[in-house]
Design a protein around this ligand. Structure first.
Ligand code: PGA
Length: 252
């Protein structure tokens, strides 16, 4: 049985000392059997997080954003290769804040997915519609366009893996969660697209996470929905207690 993926996106929270403190309190709260936990600290806290989860090597770590070049004159950026070297195994790509706050385009998302893919980092491709797009009945068009663009250079050769996250922009950090019907519909669209475009066998192994105001009270219900293979949690992943409760909800 595939384990649920419980991912925590810390965004620009928890510098190195707060990251260390988080793991000191989080690790003892984890109960067996565990879901697959992946935490995305700020890049500056990645090495500290790698050291701090030492007693829990099964907790994976990821980077929140990468540049598509392996190295070069790109002040302030981090490459997929550097993230791997620092201990990351996953990379968020195309998170809505990258798209909407930093103006990241579908084409840049594609370059980042390909860079992650080439270096052996598992990309977590984030897609999701804005409220205006939802109101205009454009959910399918938008999420399929984003996924199609993101994966146009993706190769599954060599056992490469992939995660997809459906995060409606209007549900992120707002306390407003998508309804069960919204989630089932969107995840169904993404699953069908994957089956048609990358093949049934590969698509069956791609976990599609839901993200947007996930918390300890709603996690179990969301995780029980068809085609939901995990959750991507922002605010509620910052506190060890609440994130451990969400992990428990995803326990096999
Ligand atoms: P939220 O963020 O859980 O705080 O809504 C989710 C995300 O941005 O991944």
């Amino acid at each position: 049985m595939t384990r649920m993926v419980i991912a925590g996106n810390w965004k620009m929270h928890h510098g190195p000392s707060a990251a260390r403190k988080f793991f000191e309190e989080f690790s003892p709260r984890l109960s067996e059997p565990e879901p697959h936990i992946v935490i995305f600290p700020p890049a500056i806290s990645l090495s500290t997080a790698v050291e701090s989860r030492r007693g829990r090597p099964e907790v994976d770590l990821g980077i929140q954003n990468i540049h598509w070049q392996p190295k070069g004159a790109f002040t302030g950026e981090h490459s997929a290769r550097m993230a791997m070297g620092a201990g990351a195994r996953f990379a968020l790509v195309g998170h809505s804040e990258r798209r909407h706050v930093f103006g990241e385009t579908d084409a840049e998302v594609e370059l980042k997915v390909s860079a992650a893919n080439a270096e052996g980092l598992t990309a977590v491709v984030c897609v999701g519609e804005t409220l205006e797009e939802r109101r205009a009945g454009r959910v399918k068009e938008v999420i399929v366009r984003q996924l199609n663009a993101a994966l146009s250079g993706f190769s599954q050769e060599g056992g490469k893996s992939l995660l997809v996250a459906y995060e409606p922009v209007w549900a992120i950090g707002t306390g407003e969660t998508a309804t069960a019907d919204d989630v089932v519909a969107a995840h169904g669209i993404l699953r069908s697209w994957l089956q048609e475009s990358v093949g049934d066998t590969f698509a069956a192994d791609v976990a599609i996470l839901y993200g947007g105001s996930v918390n300890p009270a709603n996690a179990a219900d969301l995780l029980a929905l068809p085609n939901v293979g995990g959750v991507l949690v922002g605010g509620a992943s910052l506190e060890p207690e609440s994130f451990a409760k969400i992990a428990e909800a995803g326990s096999p």
